[in-house]
Ligand binder design. Structure first.
Ligand SMILES: C[S@@+](CC[C@H](N)C(=O)[O-])C[C@H]1O[C@@H](n2cnc3c(N)ncnc32)[C@H](O)[C@@H]1O
Length: 225
């Protein structure tokens, strides 16, 4: 996969740099972080939260139990193209890579420059493209990378704290892009995402994951047709 990185600024998106192709010897990664890396990531995540609390929306990354629930809800074992909105420091991203087939592609879209830069070095995998920018532009990112309609979109971005127009645009765009039979999975502390997405994709399956700090709701929509 080509790995173009983008920066979303205000009204538009500009291609800012062309990332270097991964070295030929690079292995499929997707390995869980070791204890030291996990600690560094938690600190980086906390710093990100302190700098932008509303954007990051949580003080620590998702639990492994939540990661596995997301993998099941999105049916990643048989997905070909997946989009992650808000990968943060990459714990969820690596869990998705472990679950995804070898021939799949994962596009991770992260608003924070710091998190996106970390993810590019910590989760090197030929199936992964990391884009720095807003989830609002998911359609443009998919098109520029030549990726097909996603079988699954998984989102941890906080719909409850972003401007309503932005949340509405992201919901509409995801609903428009997702492949027929595909899934949109959103994990959230608060329920706001449902009001934005349900008009487009109908009623979601609603679950609750208590083994996470804080406990979160998991909404799963399936695009029929
Ligand atoms: C709750 S954290 C989830 C991080 C990680 N996926 C996890 O579960 O540990 C939400 C992430 O969404 C990112 N984010 C917030 N708004 C965004 C947007 N409009 N587009 C892309 N990423 C966004 C934040 O920077 C943050 O990294």
């Amino acid at each position: 996969m080509r790995r173009d990185h983008h920066h979303a600024t205000g009204a538009g998106v500009a291609r800012a740099e062309l990332a270097q192709a991964p070295p030929a010897v690079e292995q499929r990664d997707g390995q869980a972080a070791g204890p030291l890396q996990a600690l560094r990531e938690r600190l980086a995540f906390l710093r990100g939260f302190i700098a932008h609390p509303q954007q990051v929306g949580s003080v620590i990354p998702s639990s492994h139990v939540l990661e596995q629930r997301l993998v099941r809800s999105a049916q990643l074992q048989r997905a070909r193209c997946v989009v992650e909105l808000g990968p943060g420091t990459g714990g969820t991203t690596r869990a998705f890579l472990r679950a995804l087939p070898a021939s799949s592609q994962l596009l991770a879209i992260e608003l924070s420059e710091d998190f996106a830069a970390r993810l590019r070095t910590s989760a090197r995998d030929p199936r992964l493209a990391v884009v720095q920018g807003s989830a609002e532009f998911v359609g443009r990112f998919l098109a520029e990378l030549g990726l097909p309609a996603p079988d699954a979109v998984i989102s941890g971005i906080p719909f409850s704290t972003m401007p309503r127009e932005v949340a509405g645009r992201i919901a509409a765009e995801v609903a428009r892009l997702i492949a027929p039979g595909g899934r949109f999975v959103a994990y959230q502390v608060r329920p706001h995402v449902a009001a934005y997405v349900t008009p487009h994709l109908g009623e979601p399956r609603r679950e609750w994951e208590p083994i996470n700090i804080p406990p979160v709701r998991v909404f799963t929509w399936t695009r029929h047709g």
